[in-house]
Design a protein around this ligand. Sequence first.
Ligand SMILES: NC(=O)c1ccc[n+]([C@@H]2O[C@H](COP(=O)([O-])OP(=O)(O)OC[C@H]3O[C@@H](n4cnc5c(N)ncnc54)[C@H](OP(=O)(O)O)[C@@H]3O)[C@@H](O)[C@H]2O)c1
Length: 234
Amino acid sequence: MSKTLVITGASKGIGRATASLFLEKGYRVINLSRSNPELDGLVHISADLSDASWVPQHGTNVVAAIGEADELVLIHNAAMMHKDDNETVTPEALAETFQLNVIAATQLNQLLLPHMNEGSSILYVASTLAEKAVAGTCSYVVSKHAQLGLMRSTCQDLMGRGIHTASICPGLTDTEMLRNHCNNDTAILADMAALSSYNRLVKPEEIAYTLFFCSQNPAINGAVIHANLGQRES
Ligand SMILES: NC(=O)c1ccc[n+]([C@@H]2O[C@H](COP(=O)([O-])OP(=O)(O)OC[C@H]3O[C@@H](n4cnc5c(N)ncnc54)[C@H](OP(=O)(O)O)[C@@H]3O)[C@@H](O)[C@H]2O)c1
């Protein structure tokens, strides 16, 4: 049986760890991001998903790359996070964030659903900020809440198709996105680590394993799975 993963944003962080794990598990892995992860065996399609015209440019290549997969796992992982708030967020930043974090996922679903057989899955890498807000990340928070709605409507619209879906919400995970967000400030990173029950950041590999687990379990359908080591609530 041929098993294929299509993932966005596997050039670094959570996506890269996830692509590596699925390769180890015997999946063909196809990645869409701007830079190449350079992982052995991975098929890379260079695409900027923040530009809606990526579909006419690269859609045919993506469909050709999946071939005749018996089981297709689709993971929407690529995202961007601006520092903005209700008073400073610009229509342009909101639109760009929506395109990458929400609309590109819809475009990819529409491209690949005709090729997804029973046993396939669509997983969304969400965030703690898909269900709550913190100050200073307005466009990201809004987009992640919308992406959660997209997952729930994916579940309802695909009833009976044998394709399951879920949103996996990483807590503070040690990746470039998080480090850039706090300007690589070790004191801020330590404060963030202290918010978890284990006094450390989540490892990208832990989210990769959670995504793999969800891909294998149709009982997890329409579900929101938090993977955050247990977060201290203030
Ligand atoms: N790290 C955390 O603490 C955390 C917490 C909660 C949720 N998350 C979520 O986890 C997911 C992965 O984040 P990460 O922390 O692993 O981030 P990361 O290390 O910054 O990786 C982001 C990935 O997205 C890709 N990407 C960014 N802009 C793109 C574009 N315009 N077109 C195509 N691909 C693009 C990047 O590839 P290129 O730059 O090569 O294009 C990269 O592979 C995201 O959905 C994020 O919201 C992360």
